[in-house]
Design a protein. Structure first.
Length: 498
Protein backbone atom coordinates (compact mmCIF):
# COMPACT_ATOMS: atom_id res chain seq x y z
CA UNK A 1 0.00 0.00 0.00
CA UNK A 2 1.30 3.46 -0.85
CA UNK A 3 1.09 6.15 1.81
CA UNK A 4 -1.02 9.27 1.38
CA UNK A 5 0.67 12.52 2.31
CA UNK A 6 -1.37 15.25 4.03
CA UNK A 7 1.14 17.99 4.62
CA UNK A 8 2.33 16.51 7.92
CA UNK A 9 3.34 12.86 7.67
CA UNK A 10 1.40 10.42 9.81
CA UNK A 11 4.06 8.17 11.27
CA UNK A 12 5.14 6.75 14.62
CA UNK A 13 7.49 9.75 14.88
CA UNK A 14 4.53 12.10 15.15
CA UNK A 15 2.86 11.71 18.56
CA UNK A 16 -0.67 10.45 18.96
CA UNK A 17 -3.39 13.04 19.41
CA UNK A 18 -3.66 12.53 23.20
CA UNK A 19 0.06 13.14 23.70
CA UNK A 20 0.15 16.17 21.37
CA UNK A 21 -2.97 17.61 22.97
CA UNK A 22 -1.53 17.06 26.45
CA UNK A 23 1.28 19.47 25.60
CA UNK A 24 -0.97 21.94 23.77
CA UNK A 25 -3.43 22.45 26.62
CA UNK A 26 -0.56 23.57 28.87
CA UNK A 27 0.18 26.50 26.53
CA UNK A 28 -1.90 29.29 28.07
CA UNK A 29 -1.14 31.75 25.26
CA UNK A 30 -2.31 29.25 22.65
CA UNK A 31 -5.50 28.50 24.56
CA UNK A 32 -6.24 32.18 24.98
CA UNK A 33 -5.73 32.88 21.27
CA UNK A 34 -7.95 29.94 20.28
CA UNK A 35 -10.70 30.73 22.75
CA UNK A 36 -10.95 34.37 21.68
CA UNK A 37 -10.89 33.61 17.95
CA UNK A 38 -13.25 30.63 17.88
CA UNK A 39 -15.83 32.25 20.16
CA UNK A 40 -15.82 35.41 18.04
CA UNK A 41 -16.22 33.55 14.75
CA UNK A 42 -18.93 31.19 16.03
CA UNK A 43 -21.02 34.07 17.42
CA UNK A 44 -20.84 35.97 14.13
CA UNK A 45 -21.69 32.83 12.16
CA UNK A 46 -24.73 32.11 14.30
CA UNK A 47 -26.06 35.62 13.67
CA UNK A 48 -25.44 35.37 9.91
CA UNK A 49 -27.16 32.00 9.63
CA UNK A 50 -30.13 33.17 11.72
CA UNK A 51 -30.91 35.72 9.00
CA UNK A 52 -31.70 32.93 6.54
CA UNK A 53 -35.23 31.52 6.96
CA UNK A 54 -34.45 28.78 4.43
CA UNK A 55 -31.10 27.73 5.95
CA UNK A 56 -32.28 24.18 6.67
CA UNK A 57 -33.45 23.80 3.07
CA UNK A 58 -30.15 25.14 1.73
CA UNK A 59 -28.26 22.74 3.99
CA UNK A 60 -30.28 19.80 2.71
CA UNK A 61 -29.84 20.94 -0.90
CA UNK A 62 -26.07 21.11 -0.39
CA UNK A 63 -26.05 17.61 1.06
CA UNK A 64 -28.05 16.19 -1.85
CA UNK A 65 -25.95 17.94 -4.50
CA UNK A 66 -22.73 16.64 -2.99
CA UNK A 67 -24.05 13.10 -2.57
CA UNK A 68 -25.34 13.03 -6.15
CA UNK A 69 -22.00 14.26 -7.48
CA UNK A 70 -20.02 11.70 -5.50
CA UNK A 71 -22.27 8.88 -6.74
CA UNK A 72 -21.63 9.92 -10.34
CA UNK A 73 -18.12 11.31 -9.92
CA UNK A 74 -16.69 9.29 -12.80
CA UNK A 75 -19.10 10.92 -15.24
CA UNK A 76 -18.58 14.46 -13.93
CA UNK A 77 -14.78 14.15 -13.96
CA UNK A 78 -14.84 13.31 -17.65
CA UNK A 79 -17.18 16.23 -18.27
CA UNK A 80 -14.79 18.59 -16.46
CA UNK A 81 -11.85 17.40 -18.54
CA UNK A 82 -13.78 17.88 -21.77
CA UNK A 83 -15.01 21.35 -20.81
CA UNK A 84 -11.62 22.63 -19.59
CA UNK A 85 -9.86 21.29 -22.68
CA UNK A 86 -12.45 22.86 -24.97
CA UNK A 87 -11.90 26.22 -23.23
CA UNK A 88 -8.16 26.16 -23.88
CA UNK A 89 -6.89 24.60 -20.65
CA UNK A 90 -4.91 21.42 -20.07
CA UNK A 91 -6.00 18.75 -17.58
CA UNK A 92 -3.57 16.53 -15.67
CA UNK A 93 -4.47 13.57 -13.43
CA UNK A 94 -2.54 12.90 -10.22
CA UNK A 95 -3.12 9.69 -8.28
CA UNK A 96 -1.18 10.88 -5.23
CA UNK A 97 0.83 13.75 -3.76
CA UNK A 98 4.11 12.69 -5.36
CA UNK A 99 2.62 12.66 -8.85
CA UNK A 100 0.88 16.00 -8.34
CA UNK A 101 4.11 17.60 -7.15
CA UNK A 102 6.03 16.21 -10.14
CA UNK A 103 3.44 17.61 -12.52
CA UNK A 104 3.43 21.08 -10.97
CA UNK A 105 7.22 21.27 -10.71
CA UNK A 106 7.66 20.25 -14.34
CA UNK A 107 5.09 22.81 -15.49
CA UNK A 108 6.84 25.60 -13.57
CA UNK A 109 10.29 24.60 -14.84
CA UNK A 110 8.94 24.57 -18.41
CA UNK A 111 8.26 28.30 -18.09
CA UNK A 112 11.85 28.98 -17.05
CA UNK A 113 10.71 30.66 -13.85
CA UNK A 114 12.03 29.96 -10.36
CA UNK A 115 9.30 31.48 -8.22
CA UNK A 116 5.51 31.30 -7.99
CA UNK A 117 2.81 33.18 -6.09
CA UNK A 118 0.15 31.12 -4.40
CA UNK A 119 -3.50 31.48 -3.49
CA UNK A 120 -4.44 29.92 -0.15
CA UNK A 121 -5.04 26.26 -0.96
CA UNK A 122 -5.68 23.26 1.28
CA UNK A 123 -4.92 20.90 -1.60
CA UNK A 124 -1.40 22.27 -2.14
CA UNK A 125 -0.76 22.12 1.62
CA UNK A 126 -2.06 18.56 1.63
CA UNK A 127 0.50 17.42 -0.93
CA UNK A 128 3.38 19.47 0.52
CA UNK A 129 3.79 21.42 -2.71
CA UNK A 130 5.90 24.25 -1.27
CA UNK A 131 8.49 21.80 0.02
CA UNK A 132 8.47 19.84 -3.24
CA UNK A 133 9.02 23.01 -5.29
CA UNK A 134 11.81 24.13 -2.97
CA UNK A 135 13.56 20.80 -3.58
CA UNK A 136 13.45 21.64 -7.30
CA UNK A 137 14.90 25.11 -6.77
CA UNK A 138 11.56 26.91 -7.03
CA UNK A 139 10.38 29.30 -4.34
CA UNK A 140 6.66 29.48 -3.57
CA UNK A 141 5.31 32.63 -1.93
CA UNK A 142 2.10 32.45 0.08
CA UNK A 143 -0.01 35.57 -0.45
CA UNK A 144 -2.93 35.04 1.93
CA UNK A 145 -2.17 37.12 5.04
CA UNK A 146 -2.55 34.23 7.49
CA UNK A 147 -0.59 31.85 5.25
CA UNK A 148 2.10 34.51 4.92
CA UNK A 149 2.36 34.68 8.71
CA UNK A 150 2.70 30.90 8.91
CA UNK A 151 5.30 30.80 6.14
CA UNK A 152 7.41 33.64 7.54
CA UNK A 153 7.22 32.08 11.00
CA UNK A 154 8.45 28.69 9.72
CA UNK A 155 5.25 27.37 11.24
CA UNK A 156 2.37 25.09 10.27
CA UNK A 157 -1.28 26.03 9.69
CA UNK A 158 -3.57 25.26 12.61
CA UNK A 159 -7.00 26.15 11.19
CA UNK A 160 -8.70 25.62 7.84
CA UNK A 161 -9.94 29.19 7.41
CA UNK A 162 -7.52 31.11 9.67
CA UNK A 163 -4.21 29.22 9.47
CA UNK A 164 -2.50 31.58 11.95
CA UNK A 165 -5.31 31.50 14.52
CA UNK A 166 -2.80 30.37 17.14
CA UNK A 167 -0.83 33.64 16.79
CA UNK A 168 -1.70 36.95 18.42
CA UNK A 169 -0.88 40.42 17.10
CA UNK A 170 2.31 40.76 19.13
CA UNK A 171 3.66 37.50 17.79
CA UNK A 172 2.78 38.50 14.23
CA UNK A 173 4.58 41.84 14.62
CA UNK A 174 7.71 40.05 15.82
CA UNK A 175 7.58 37.60 12.91
CA UNK A 176 7.23 40.42 10.37
CA UNK A 177 10.11 42.37 11.92
CA UNK A 178 12.52 39.44 11.96
CA UNK A 179 11.58 37.49 8.82
CA UNK A 180 10.16 39.73 6.10
CA UNK A 181 13.54 40.98 4.96
CA UNK A 182 14.70 37.45 4.17
CA UNK A 183 11.74 36.89 1.82
CA UNK A 184 11.59 40.29 0.11
CA UNK A 185 10.67 43.79 1.22
CA UNK A 186 11.38 44.15 4.95
CA UNK A 187 8.86 45.33 7.52
CA UNK A 188 8.67 49.11 8.04
CA UNK A 189 10.76 50.63 10.81
CA UNK A 190 8.88 50.95 14.08
CA UNK A 191 6.16 48.46 13.09
CA UNK A 192 3.63 48.02 15.90
CA UNK A 193 0.98 45.36 16.48
CA UNK A 194 -1.85 47.61 15.26
CA UNK A 195 -3.89 45.62 12.69
CA UNK A 196 -3.80 48.44 10.12
CA UNK A 197 0.01 48.58 10.31
CA UNK A 198 0.41 44.81 10.05
CA UNK A 199 -1.92 44.68 7.04
CA UNK A 200 -0.04 47.54 5.34
CA UNK A 201 3.31 45.84 5.93
CA UNK A 202 1.95 42.67 4.31
CA UNK A 203 0.45 44.62 1.40
CA UNK A 204 3.73 46.38 0.60
CA UNK A 205 5.69 43.13 0.96
CA UNK A 206 3.36 41.20 -1.35
CA UNK A 207 2.77 43.85 -3.98
CA UNK A 208 6.29 43.42 -5.35
CA UNK A 209 5.72 39.70 -5.75
CA UNK A 210 2.36 40.12 -7.49
CA UNK A 211 3.82 42.53 -10.06
CA UNK A 212 6.81 40.39 -11.04
CA UNK A 213 5.37 36.87 -10.82
CA UNK A 214 4.95 34.98 -14.09
CA UNK A 215 3.42 31.81 -12.56
CA UNK A 216 0.50 31.53 -10.16
CA UNK A 217 -0.62 28.44 -8.25
CA UNK A 218 -4.07 27.98 -6.78
CA UNK A 219 -6.61 25.47 -5.64
CA UNK A 220 -10.34 25.90 -6.14
CA UNK A 221 -13.37 25.91 -3.90
CA UNK A 222 -15.56 24.53 -6.69
CA UNK A 223 -15.36 23.30 -10.28
CA UNK A 224 -18.54 23.60 -12.38
CA UNK A 225 -18.67 20.49 -14.55
CA UNK A 226 -21.00 21.79 -17.27
CA UNK A 227 -18.58 24.59 -18.31
CA UNK A 228 -15.24 23.64 -16.72
CA UNK A 229 -15.31 26.84 -14.66
CA UNK A 230 -13.16 27.07 -11.52
CA UNK A 231 -14.21 29.17 -8.54
CA UNK A 232 -12.07 30.66 -5.79
CA UNK A 233 -13.64 32.57 -2.90
CA UNK A 234 -11.46 34.74 -0.64
CA UNK A 235 -11.61 37.86 1.48
CA UNK A 236 -8.43 39.84 0.81
CA UNK A 237 -8.02 40.24 -2.94
CA UNK A 238 -4.67 38.46 -3.02
CA UNK A 239 -6.32 35.54 -4.81
CA UNK A 240 -7.61 37.84 -7.52
CA UNK A 241 -4.06 39.14 -8.07
CA UNK A 242 -2.61 35.62 -8.33
CA UNK A 243 -5.36 34.45 -10.67
CA UNK A 244 -5.21 37.33 -13.14
CA UNK A 245 -1.68 38.81 -13.28
CA UNK A 246 0.63 35.80 -14.00
CA UNK A 247 1.10 34.47 -17.53
CA UNK A 248 0.67 30.84 -16.37
CA UNK A 249 -1.86 29.56 -13.85
CA UNK A 250 -1.70 26.07 -12.32
CA UNK A 251 -4.63 24.90 -10.19
CA UNK A 252 -4.43 21.81 -7.99
CA UNK A 253 -7.94 20.62 -7.13
CA UNK A 254 -9.28 17.61 -5.26
CA UNK A 255 -11.66 15.53 -7.35
CA UNK A 256 -14.44 16.00 -4.78
CA UNK A 257 -14.68 19.77 -5.46
CA UNK A 258 -16.90 19.29 -8.51
CA UNK A 259 -20.50 20.52 -8.69
CA UNK A 260 -22.58 19.57 -11.74
CA UNK A 261 -24.12 22.91 -12.77
CA UNK A 262 -24.15 26.66 -12.14
CA UNK A 263 -27.51 26.26 -10.45
CA UNK A 264 -25.87 23.91 -7.94
CA UNK A 265 -23.07 26.42 -7.33
CA UNK A 266 -25.66 29.01 -6.25
CA UNK A 267 -26.48 26.96 -3.14
CA UNK A 268 -22.88 26.91 -1.92
CA UNK A 269 -22.26 30.59 -2.63
CA UNK A 270 -24.94 31.23 -0.02
CA UNK A 271 -23.89 28.70 2.61
CA UNK A 272 -20.08 28.92 2.43
CA UNK A 273 -19.60 32.63 3.26
CA UNK A 274 -22.02 32.54 6.19
CA UNK A 275 -20.55 29.33 7.59
CA UNK A 276 -16.92 30.38 7.26
CA UNK A 277 -16.45 34.15 7.62
CA UNK A 278 -20.04 34.96 8.72
CA UNK A 279 -20.47 37.21 5.68
CA UNK A 280 -23.65 37.44 3.65
CA UNK A 281 -21.64 37.46 0.43
CA UNK A 282 -18.01 36.66 -0.20
CA UNK A 283 -15.88 39.78 -0.85
CA UNK A 284 -13.89 38.29 -3.74
CA UNK A 285 -15.35 35.51 -5.88
CA UNK A 286 -13.10 34.77 -8.86
CA UNK A 287 -14.22 32.51 -11.70
CA UNK A 288 -12.37 31.48 -14.83
CA UNK A 289 -12.98 29.08 -17.69
CA UNK A 290 -9.88 28.01 -19.59
CA UNK A 291 -8.02 30.89 -21.24
CA UNK A 292 -9.10 34.02 -23.08
CA UNK A 293 -6.76 35.99 -25.33
CA UNK A 294 -5.80 39.30 -23.78
CA UNK A 295 -7.56 38.58 -20.49
CA UNK A 296 -5.83 36.81 -17.61
CA UNK A 297 -3.23 34.03 -17.84
CA UNK A 298 -2.21 32.86 -21.30
CA UNK A 299 -1.79 29.26 -20.14
CA UNK A 300 -3.96 27.31 -17.72
CA UNK A 301 -3.31 23.86 -16.23
CA UNK A 302 -5.75 21.95 -14.01
CA UNK A 303 -4.28 19.15 -11.88
CA UNK A 304 -7.06 16.85 -10.62
CA UNK A 305 -5.92 15.25 -7.37
CA UNK A 306 -7.00 11.89 -5.94
CA UNK A 307 -4.56 11.23 -3.04
CA UNK A 308 -6.85 8.80 -1.22
CA UNK A 309 -10.20 10.25 -2.23
CA UNK A 310 -11.42 7.29 -4.26
CA UNK A 311 -10.47 5.04 -1.35
CA UNK A 312 -12.64 7.21 0.89
CA UNK A 313 -15.43 7.13 -1.67
CA UNK A 314 -15.52 3.34 -1.39
CA UNK A 315 -16.63 3.61 2.27
CA UNK A 316 -20.41 4.03 2.39
CA UNK A 317 -20.33 5.65 5.85
CA UNK A 318 -17.06 7.55 5.62
CA UNK A 319 -17.55 8.98 2.14
CA UNK A 320 -19.73 11.79 3.51
CA UNK A 321 -16.49 13.48 4.61
CA UNK A 322 -15.95 14.28 0.91
CA UNK A 323 -18.96 16.61 1.03
CA UNK A 324 -16.82 19.07 3.02
CA UNK A 325 -16.62 22.58 1.53
CA UNK A 326 -13.82 23.65 3.95
CA UNK A 327 -15.87 26.26 5.80
CA UNK A 328 -14.27 25.42 9.19
CA UNK A 329 -17.52 25.88 11.12
CA UNK A 330 -16.97 22.53 12.86
CA UNK A 331 -13.61 23.69 14.23
CA UNK A 332 -15.07 26.84 15.74
CA UNK A 333 -17.66 24.99 17.83
CA UNK A 334 -15.54 22.00 18.83
CA UNK A 335 -14.54 21.97 22.53
CA UNK A 336 -11.64 19.65 21.77
CA UNK A 337 -10.17 21.83 19.00
CA UNK A 338 -10.62 24.96 21.12
CA UNK A 339 -8.36 23.51 23.80
CA UNK A 340 -5.88 21.45 21.79
CA UNK A 341 -5.40 23.59 18.68
CA UNK A 342 -4.81 22.41 15.15
CA UNK A 343 -1.22 21.18 15.34
CA UNK A 344 -2.20 18.29 17.63
CA UNK A 345 -4.07 16.63 14.74
CA UNK A 346 -0.86 15.97 12.81
CA UNK A 347 -2.45 16.85 9.48
CA UNK A 348 -3.21 19.85 7.32
CA UNK A 349 -6.87 19.10 8.15
CA UNK A 350 -7.44 19.80 11.86
CA UNK A 351 -10.56 19.73 14.01
CA UNK A 352 -13.58 17.44 13.64
CA UNK A 353 -13.39 17.23 9.85
CA UNK A 354 -9.70 16.34 10.07
CA UNK A 355 -10.47 13.65 12.63
CA UNK A 356 -12.56 11.81 10.03
CA UNK A 357 -10.88 12.86 6.78
CA UNK A 358 -7.20 12.25 7.57
CA UNK A 359 -7.64 8.64 8.82
CA UNK A 360 -9.55 7.83 5.65
CA UNK A 361 -7.13 9.47 3.22
CA UNK A 362 -4.05 8.11 5.01
CA UNK A 363 -5.39 4.98 6.66
CA UNK A 364 -5.22 4.15 10.36
CA UNK A 365 -1.90 2.29 10.46
CA UNK A 366 0.07 5.07 12.17
CA UNK A 367 -0.24 6.10 15.81
CA UNK A 368 -1.56 9.57 15.00
CA UNK A 369 -4.19 8.36 12.52
CA UNK A 370 -5.40 5.58 14.80
CA UNK A 371 -5.90 8.15 17.57
CA UNK A 372 -7.73 10.84 15.55
CA UNK A 373 -11.20 9.19 15.63
CA UNK A 374 -10.98 9.51 19.43
CA UNK A 375 -10.24 13.27 19.29
CA UNK A 376 -13.85 14.09 20.05
CA UNK A 377 -16.38 14.13 22.86
CA UNK A 378 -19.13 13.14 20.36
CA UNK A 379 -21.14 16.17 21.52
CA UNK A 380 -22.57 16.61 18.00
CA UNK A 381 -21.96 20.38 17.75
CA UNK A 382 -19.97 19.83 14.55
CA UNK A 383 -22.89 18.11 12.85
CA UNK A 384 -25.30 20.86 13.89
CA UNK A 385 -23.28 23.61 12.18
CA UNK A 386 -22.10 21.71 9.08
CA UNK A 387 -23.62 23.38 5.98
CA UNK A 388 -23.62 20.08 4.08
CA UNK A 389 -24.87 17.95 7.00
CA UNK A 390 -21.83 15.70 7.44
CA UNK A 391 -22.66 13.46 10.41
CA UNK A 392 -19.17 13.67 11.88
CA UNK A 393 -20.05 11.77 15.10
CA UNK A 394 -21.39 8.87 13.03
CA UNK A 395 -18.15 8.68 11.02
CA UNK A 396 -16.03 8.98 14.18
CA UNK A 397 -17.76 5.97 15.74
CA UNK A 398 -17.43 4.10 12.43
CA UNK A 399 -13.69 4.78 12.34
CA UNK A 400 -13.26 3.83 16.00
CA UNK A 401 -14.74 0.46 15.15
CA UNK A 402 -12.30 0.15 12.27
CA UNK A 403 -9.35 0.92 14.54
CA UNK A 404 -10.40 -1.56 17.24
CA UNK A 405 -11.79 -4.38 15.12
CA UNK A 406 -9.90 -4.01 11.84
CA UNK A 407 -11.65 -5.41 8.77
CA UNK A 408 -11.84 -4.81 5.01
CA UNK A 409 -11.00 -1.35 3.62
CA UNK A 410 -9.87 0.09 0.30
CA UNK A 411 -6.32 1.43 0.12
CA UNK A 412 -4.66 2.59 -3.10
CA UNK A 413 -7.63 1.19 -5.00
CA UNK A 414 -7.23 -2.33 -3.61
CA UNK A 415 -9.29 -4.22 -1.05
CA UNK A 416 -7.15 -5.00 1.98
CA UNK A 417 -7.84 -6.48 5.41
CA UNK A 418 -6.80 -4.31 8.34
CA UNK A 419 -5.56 -5.95 11.50
CA UNK A 420 -6.99 -4.69 14.79
CA UNK A 421 -4.88 -1.89 16.22
CA UNK A 422 -2.53 -2.65 19.10
CA UNK A 423 -3.48 -1.45 22.55
CA UNK A 424 -7.19 -2.26 22.27
CA UNK A 425 -7.20 -5.89 23.45
CA UNK A 426 -8.81 -5.01 26.78
CA UNK A 427 -11.47 -2.94 25.03
CA UNK A 428 -12.30 -5.78 22.66
CA UNK A 429 -12.49 -8.25 25.55
CA UNK A 430 -14.81 -5.92 27.47
CA UNK A 431 -17.11 -5.52 24.47
CA UNK A 432 -17.26 -9.28 23.91
CA UNK A 433 -18.12 -9.79 27.59
CA UNK A 434 -20.82 -7.13 27.37
CA UNK A 435 -22.29 -8.77 24.26
CA UNK A 436 -22.35 -12.14 26.00
CA UNK A 437 -24.14 -10.72 29.07
CA UNK A 438 -26.60 -8.54 27.16
CA UNK A 439 -27.76 -11.47 25.04
CA UNK A 440 -28.44 -13.62 28.14
CA UNK A 441 -31.14 -12.02 30.35
CA UNK A 442 -30.59 -14.45 33.21
CA UNK A 443 -26.87 -13.77 33.39
CA UNK A 444 -27.48 -10.02 33.16
CA UNK A 445 -30.01 -10.12 35.99
CA UNK A 446 -27.66 -12.15 38.17
CA UNK A 447 -24.76 -9.80 37.51
CA UNK A 448 -26.85 -6.73 38.35
CA UNK A 449 -27.99 -8.24 41.66
CA UNK A 450 -24.45 -9.26 42.56
CA UNK A 451 -23.19 -5.74 41.78
CA UNK A 452 -25.90 -4.17 43.99
CA UNK A 453 -25.21 -6.45 46.94
CA UNK A 454 -21.46 -5.83 46.84
CA UNK A 455 -21.66 -2.09 46.15
CA UNK A 456 -20.00 -1.06 49.42
CA UNK A 457 -16.83 -2.87 48.35
CA UNK A 458 -16.58 -1.24 44.91
CA UNK A 459 -13.47 0.91 44.30
CA UNK A 460 -13.82 4.62 43.44
CA UNK A 461 -11.47 4.17 40.46
CA UNK A 462 -10.96 1.32 38.02
CA UNK A 463 -7.72 -0.67 38.10
CA UNK A 464 -5.42 -1.46 35.18
CA UNK A 465 -6.44 -0.09 31.76
CA UNK A 466 -9.62 1.32 33.32
CA UNK A 467 -7.54 3.92 35.13
CA UNK A 468 -7.41 6.00 31.94
CA UNK A 469 -11.21 6.27 32.05
CA UNK A 470 -11.67 7.03 35.74
CA UNK A 471 -8.69 9.39 35.73
CA UNK A 472 -10.98 12.11 34.35
CA UNK A 473 -14.45 10.76 35.28
CA UNK A 474 -16.28 9.60 38.37
CA UNK A 475 -17.16 5.92 38.45
CA UNK A 476 -20.99 5.84 38.50
CA UNK A 477 -22.34 4.47 41.81
CA UNK A 478 -24.21 1.17 41.64
CA UNK A 479 -27.85 1.53 42.84
CA UNK A 480 -29.07 -0.31 45.92
CA UNK A 481 -31.52 -2.25 43.78
CA UNK A 482 -31.34 -3.15 40.06
CA UNK A 483 -33.92 -1.41 37.89
CA UNK A 484 -35.50 -4.69 36.85
CA UNK A 485 -36.08 -5.73 40.46
CA UNK A 486 -37.44 -2.27 41.33
CA UNK A 487 -39.84 -2.36 38.39
CA UNK A 488 -41.05 -5.83 39.25
CA UNK A 489 -41.58 -4.85 42.86
CA UNK A 490 -43.40 -1.56 42.17
CA UNK A 491 -45.14 -2.13 38.83
CA UNK A 492 -44.92 -5.79 37.96
CA UNK A 493 -48.08 -6.90 39.73
CA UNK A 494 -50.11 -3.95 38.46
CA UNK A 495 -49.10 -4.55 34.88
CA UNK A 496 -50.01 -8.24 35.22
CA UNK A 497 -53.43 -7.33 36.71
CA UNK A 498 -54.23 -5.16 33.68
Amino acid sequence: MSATFLGMPGSPVFPSFPRAAHDAVRDTTLRGNLRHATHTIRAKRAAAVAEMPDWAALREAGRQIKDHTLRHLDRYLVRVEEAVTAAGGTVHWAVDAAEANRIVASLVKATGEREVVKVKSMATQEIGLNEALEAEGIRAYETDLAELIVQLGHDRPSHILVPAIHRNRGEIRDIFRSEMGGWGRPAPEGLTDAPVELAEAARLHLREKFLRAKVGVSGANFVVAETGTLVVVESEGNGRMCLTLPETLISVVGIEKIVPTWRDLEVFLQTLPRSSTAERMNPYTSMWTGTTEGDGPETFHLVLLDNGRTDTLADEVGRQALRCIRCSACLNVCPVYERAGGHAYGSVYPGPIGAILSPQLRGTASEIDASLPYASSLCGACYEVCPVAIDIPEVLVHLRERVVEGGPVTRAGNKVLLKPAKGHAAERAAMRAARWALTRPGALRGGQRLASRTRRFHPRALPGPGRAWTGTRDLPPVPVEPFRDWWQRTHGGKEAAK
